[in-house]
Design a protein around this ligand. Structure first.
Ligand SMILES: Cc1cc2nc3c(=O)[nH]c(=O)nc-3n(C[C@H](O)[C@H](O)[C@H](O)COP(=O)(O)OP(=O)(O)OC[C@H]3O[C@@H](n4cnc5c(N)ncnc54)[C@H](O)[C@@H]3O)c2cc1C
Length: 429
């Protein structure tokens, strides 16, 4: 569809990911004239994620979410595994209830965008926005392929790469320390095999995180999520470490994982239906722009650096969607004040700070920092697997728990450092 170039909109939104689509849906329902510009052929076609979303924020935003959204399975089993050459130690949690579900980001984004369209937003796909149109320091629209489209406010929902923000010096250039590279395979196995092999009932989902050897001991980890008929298997590695230390293509690291036990058996007979790679923000508060608003614009979602990686779970979609929703609320408030000045739009930051989004970002910032430290991904898998091996593999004399732990720790690192890590994990810095 061609963008309606002569028309002026109340709001132009760049990007139809969870952040942009949620902003569009909320604004359209409030009666704003909204256009969403998406460079993919369909919303979501350029998007990739691991596979699990926390549903509560989305239920607050989208009417009919639980019945209509493309939910694959409700996550009812969680596994965290520490992997070394010697073995694997896992912690498992299973429950009859669930607050998160597995999904394809492409389908979820497309569904959100269709809700926005039903509410009255105009979606224009296959259009790359080249620049934010600025006049006297104020955003007044966007530029695409030489065409100008005017709007009172621009919502920048362009995702992690944030090239538009960089071009306009709204954010500094991304550094490899701030992002991780994720690669993912989607493997079709069929519902019955998934249920049998992963011990699930239909509609029950598994979220499995692995750290250690799975990324050649680099900061990051592997993940496996079960969908209805497919499994999403991937790895994420901090880009700065990947650039310095991975001597082969990152796809080969994932291929090694897929063809190693226990995955060879679990995925046997499966066919690869999709693969892709994407960056993800990983630097917590450090990656957030100093200001998420300016004259005539707001920044939402990954572009605003809103992502939490705790090592055992990742949250990006719910934070992105809720920031889009809050941006819409802020635009409505600025509208009632009569203009979209930086001052009037600053209520967006206040709304974010008051919401779970910034409270969670702040609460977990120290753990996010820990997630970029190399020793976490080498020392702890080695010590945990080493200790467990000593406890279970003996000939006559079996060690006491403390002896086994001391033996496996020998020469591996400072106990003081481990104590500091434990304090950070439990309490913050
Ligand atoms: C490997 C990996 C695993 C992840 N796992 C999870 C997980 O399990 N759970 C979770 O909640 N989160 C996860 N995330 C994070 C999650 O995917 C993001 O936080 C979320 O998608 C951010 O939404 P967004 O709308 O801000 O950005 P995006 O989803 O990236 O959407 C941005 C949109 O903007 C469009 N766009 C960009 N530039 C332009 C332009 N110039 N013109 C027009 N359109 C443009 C893009 O095509 C895209 O559609 C993961 C991410 C990765 C990479």
């Amino acid at each position: 569809m061609d963008p309606p170039s002569a028309t002026k909109f109340d709001v132009a939104i760049v990007g139809a990911g969870p952040a942009g689509a949620s902003a569009a849906y909320t604004l359209a329902r409030k009666g704003f004239k909204v256009v969403v510009l998406e460079r993919g052929r369909t919303p979501g076609s350029k998007n990739l994620f691991g596979g699990r979303v926390y549903s509560h924020p989305l239920e607050l935003i989208f009417e009919g979410f639980k019945n209509e959204a493309p939910i694959e399975r409700w996550t009812k089993r969680e596994v965290l595994s520490f992997v070394t050459e010697e073995g694997i130690v896992s912690v498992e949690y299973a429950s009859g209830s669930s607050t998160s579900f597995t999904a394809y980001l492409s389908k979820l984004s497309a569904w959100m965008a269709s809700k926005a369209e039903s509410a009255g937003a105009i979606l224009v796909t296959d259009v790359r926005v080249d620049d934010i149109l600025m006049e006297n320091g104020k955003a007044v629209g966007i530029v695409s392929g030489g065409d100008r489209l005017y709007a009172d406010v621009v919502v920048i929902a362009e995702g992690v790469n944030r090239l538009l923000c960089e071009r306009r010096n709204i954010t500094p250039q991304l550094s490899p320390e701030e992002v991780a590279l994720g690669v993912k395979h989607v493997i079709r196995l069929g519902t019955d095999k998934i249920n049998d092999r992963f011990g699930l009932d239909s509609n029950e989902g598994l979220a499995w995180f692995l750290i250690g050897k799975v990324t050649d001991y680099l900061p990051g980890g592997a993940f496996l999520y079960t969908n209805s008929t497919t499994v999403s298997l991937g790895i994420v590695v901090f880009l700065s470490h990947a650039m310095k230390k991975v001597k082969r293509h990152i796809y080969e690291v994932l291929e090694d994982l897929r063809t190693s036990p226990p995955f060879t058996r679990l995925l046997e007979g499966g066919s690869l239906v999709e693969y892709g790679s994407h960056l993800t923000p990983e630097a917590g508060l450090k990656m957030m722009p100093k200001k998420l608003y300016g004259d005539g614009f707001l920044i939402v979602g990954d572009a605003a650096g809103l992502l939490i990686n705790l090592g055992y779970t990742v949250r990006g979609v719910d934070l992105a969607a809720f920031s889009g929703y809050l941006a819409a609320e802020a635009i409505e408030e600025a509208h009632s004040l009569g203009s979209y000045t930086s001052h009037n739009l600053s209520c967006y930051e206040r709304k974010l700070n008051d919401s779970f989004v910034m409270k969670e970002m702040k609460r977990h910032d120290s753990v996010q920092k820990l997630m970029s430290k190399s020793h976490i991904f080498e020392l702890y898998p080695q010590v945990l697997v080493g200790t467990t091996k000593r406890l279970f593999e003996f000939e006559e004399a079996s060690p006491k728990l403390l002896e086994a732990a001391k033996e496996s720790l020998k020469g591996k690192g400072s106990k003081f450092k481990m104590l500091l890590d434990a304090i950070t994990l439990m309490r913050g810095p």
